[in-house]
Structure formats: structure tokens, C-alpha cells
Design a protein around this ligand. Structure first.
Ligand SMILES: [Fe+2]
Ligand SMILES: [Fe+2]
Length: 296
């Protein structure tokens, strides 16, 4: 993917690198991981925003401008019939790895290695096999980029649409340019939803999380599906926003989403992965949960 007007990031990793800057690992280890973080400290949040790369700011500007309720409905119609391809999980990993971008190959690891790093960190921590598998596959929804979706419709913090945009979303001022900001019905906390209706009834901004959730939802246990579906939802899992839309199941299962974040965000850039050597273990693990081919 080449950098252009609708794709300002040199690579998808640039968004995640910026997340690391927003949520440095030390802060996590000091115990802020289970609750709102930067919003309690407006100064550091402003400093973070001021120091972001211009490409990242432009990426968020596009994301906040174009992720409308109508856009989300349109993408769901386009993709959730899962009629684009049939392929195995491992084939999808190799397919994602064909994503070529403008990043520096000495700095950014191939996508398959991020998946393996995440999975290996979970494995080393002695977590259950379904959890390791979740780490392995959690970003496969990024194949949307290979189908010409712009970066802002694949990655970025996710958030509910059809209700008031929370100011706890990063660069929330950019929502002024979103056409949904002019729809009176969407300007209340609840918008088109009912109080504590549960996130399953809430339409989230479109991206790799929601797409992959629908691809794998028949095969994995509920905590795994929550991790996959909401791992980019920093406004909820890190900032504590939108509590009025959550039900008790969401609150219970978001503990897993927060737990998963340590492996997703903080395992990047460690040592290289020996893909060929790891493959037998992971093929076996995949076959415990998935048939040979699934619909994408
Ligand atoms: Fe992701
Ligand atoms: Fe990830």
C-alpha cells in the first residue's frame, strides 16, 4: 500500500506505534491498565496529541470524518456475507503478509511476525490454548487493506456510531467534520440505542476487529471473541467511555480485552520469529478450533 491522500500512514504499524506513545508500557505496569488513564491527566493527553506525527494526525482526521453510521452499515453489507474468499487461517496469515507498504523493512516486522510474537508471548505466559490462538489470528482482519479499503477503514481506535462521539476518543475534535455530528438524533449519549443495551447491539466504527469477529464467531469461546472484536476499542477498554451502552456481560468480558492488550501492544519489536519452526505447533492449534477452510 502506497502512501497517498487517503492512506497517510507509511504502514499500518504507524498507528500502533503511536498507541505505544499514548499508552507507554511503564504506565501500564504502574497499574493504570484497568481504568481510565490519560483522561485523568489532561496535560499528558494534550502533550501526546501535540507531539503526534502529522501522518498520524491526518489518519485520525480521515477516520473521524468518514466513519459515519451509514458508512458502517454499507461496509457491513459489503463484507459480512463473507463471500470474498474461502481460505484456511494459515493461508489468511500468508495473504496478510503480502501487504506491502511504505514502511522501513528494517524497522517494521512482517505482519505474520506480529501475529506470532503476540501468540508466543501468550504461550510463554502459560495461558490457555484458545488464548494463544486468539493472539495468532487477532489482526487477520487487516486483509481488508488488500481489498482496497483505506487505512482509516481498517485500523484506528474504534468507537460506537449512531450516538454522541465521546470526548475520550483521541482527537475527538475532528468529529466536528463528521456528517453524523449534524444529526440531532445522534447527539445524545444513547443516540439510537437503549441504555445498557449491550455492545452486541451497538454498531462500532468499521475496521479489522469487527470484520474478523464475524469471520470467526462460530469457532471460538466468548472471551476470545471479545478480544478480537474490541481490541482496538481504546475509548472503552482504556478510557472507560460509553459505560451507559455496556451490559454486565460486556463489563465481565472486557476484563479479557484489557488483559489481551498487554500482549498485543507490548510485544512488538522484540526478536524476529522463526516462522517455519513455529508453523507445526500453530497448524496443530488452528486445527483444534477451525475447519480446513473458512469463509472470508
Ligand atoms: Fe489489531
Ligand atoms: Fe495487533
Amino acid at each position: 500500500m502506497k502512501t497517498n491522500e487517503s492512506n497517510p500512514l507509511g504502514s499500518l504499524d504507524e498507528w500502533e506505534d503511536d498507541l505505544l506513545r499514548r499508552y507507554p508500557q511503564n504506565a501500564e505496569q504502574n497499574g493504570t491498565q484497568n481504568g481510565p488513564s490519560h483522561q485523568q491527566d489532561g496535560k499528558s493527553f494534550r502533550n501526546y496529541a501535540a507531539e503526534a506525527r502529522s501522518s498520524v494526525k491526518e489518519f485520525y482526521r480521515l477516520n473521524h470524518r468518514y466513519q459515519t453510521l451509514d458508512f458502517v452499515r454499507e461496509k457491513r453489507k459489503q463484507y459480512l456475507s463473507l463471500d470474498k474468499r474461502r481460505m484456511s487461517i494459515w493461508e489468511a496469515m500468508e495473504y496478510l503478509n503480502t501487504l506491502i507498504d511504505d514502511s522501513d523493512p528494517d524497522i517494521d516486522l512482517p505482519q505474520i511476525e506480529h501475529l506470532l510474537q503476540t501468540a508466543e508471548a501468550i504461550r510463554k505466559a502459560g495461558r490457555p490454548r484458545w488464548y494463544i490462538l486468539t493472539g495468532l489470528i487477532h489482526d487477520l482482519g487487516k486483509i481488508l487493506c488488500l481489498w482496497d479499503e483505506p487505512q482509516w477503514a481498517v485500523v484506528g481506535d474504534t468507537f460506537p456510531v449512531g450516538c454522541r462521539f465521546s470526548e475520550r476518543i483521541v482527537y475527538s475534535e475532528a468529529f466536528d467534520a463528521n456528517p453524523d455530528s449534524d444529526v440531532p438524533q445522534y447527539q445524545t449519549d444513547l443516540g439510537i440505542y437503549e441504555e445498557n443495551c449491550g455492545l452486541d447491539r451497538v454498531l462500532m466504527s468499521w475496521g479489522h476487529d469487527e470484520y474478523l469477529y464475524h469471520v470467526v464467531k462460530d469457532y471460538l469461546p466468548p472471551p476470545s471473541l471479545y478480544m478480537i472484536r474490541y481490541h482496538s476499542c481504546y475509548p472503552i477498554h482504556h478510557e472507560g467511555a460509553y459505560d451507559y451502552l455496556l451490559n454486565d456481560t460486556d463489563r465481565e468480558l472486557f476484563r479479557w480485552v484489557r488483559d489481551f492488550n498487554q500482549y498485543d501492544l507490548y510485544t512488538k519489536r522484540d526478536e524476529r520469529m522463526d516462522v517455519a519452526a513455529l508453523r507445526p505447533f500453530y497448524q496443530e492449534l488452528i486445527s483444534e478450533y477451525f475447519p480446513g477452510e473458512i469463509r472470508w
